[in-house]
Design a protein around this ligand. Sequence first.
Ligand code: TXA
Ligand code: MG
Length: 334
Amino acid sequence: MPRKPAARILKGTPRNLELLARRLQAGDIVGVPTETVYGLAADALNPTACRKIFEAKGRPVSDPLIVHLHSLRDLAKVAVANSAALKLAETFWPGPLTLVLPKLEVVPSIVSAGLPSVAVRVPAHPLFRRLLKLVGRPLAAPSANPFGYISPTTAEHVRSGLGTKIRYILDGGASGIGLESTIVDLRNPAKPRLLRPGAITREQLTETLGCAIAWHPQRSGQIAKPQLAPGSLLRHYSPLTPLVIHARASVALAARSAPDEAWLFISKPAGTLSKNIYWLDRSGNLRTAARRLFAQLRSLDTKGYSKIHAELAGANGTGPAAAINDRLRRAAAK
Ligand code: TXA
Ligand code: MG
């Protein structure tokens, strides 16, 4: 059998967007840029198309997908909103916030992994928005990585991970945020729950809703029973190289480790630095650090280190540090 060609990376010209919209309408899967990470999109209302996402990623069908809408007006077509959801949507959409709400019948059960709820967001990336508008239907899209590996933040990352399993990737440049969206469970609007920290912080959510938001991180262990804890494995977003996290890393500590072990700091450490020392942002800006985290982990994963040590972000893990630390903890989980 002839080998399938590797996916083509397409610029967002009007012609290419038309082509991709037609492919999506016909039930194909396409790699798409979002402001958080790249997604692997399919027509959310077409179960056959959505099944291809699970096959391409090697993702268990017990892990539900996020449905992307062009605008807040489309929400009522897929989910049952409530006042808390509308408040958050009006404040943060288009943007990196996903809401879990009771689903409508039109959403196929493959999308929600059999749950009576659906995760929805309106993305901010201008090219993805134009594509959503052209397709005229909601698009289901998980991150465009093989299941368990680090999420992609460039079109090239998508191609290197999914290679021949998809035909097209829309190139929207490097993702501006770099970590997956914040997920809030609003099935019960009186008891909002933070399922995944992201660029929209828990503090921002609390301020907008005017109530406390419990943090219910997705469970560890095996694939969760969907009814109990929809979502996923604790081990996620992992490089192949073993990752060790440190609440307090230092150059002195790094100097005592083997030279074939890499050290990843949030900001640039002072002093003379050996070759195995890396940092995410010179001055420690956490938004910039978040944007670069996945690309840096991928890059370190190719350098032949026996281990990667990573420093957790400070500030007790509040604000943007919470999202960075969540991803580092997952990447380090056995
Ligand atoms: O930023 C993002 O959210 C990216 C871009 C592509 O939009 N997407 C993304 O998708 O991160 P994915 O599949 O990698 O993560 C989606 C998460 C999963 O952990 C899944 O369990 C959760 O959303 N999820 C989806 N539907 C859910 C539901 N009905 N209830 C609870 N969690 C749900
Ligand atoms: Mg993912």
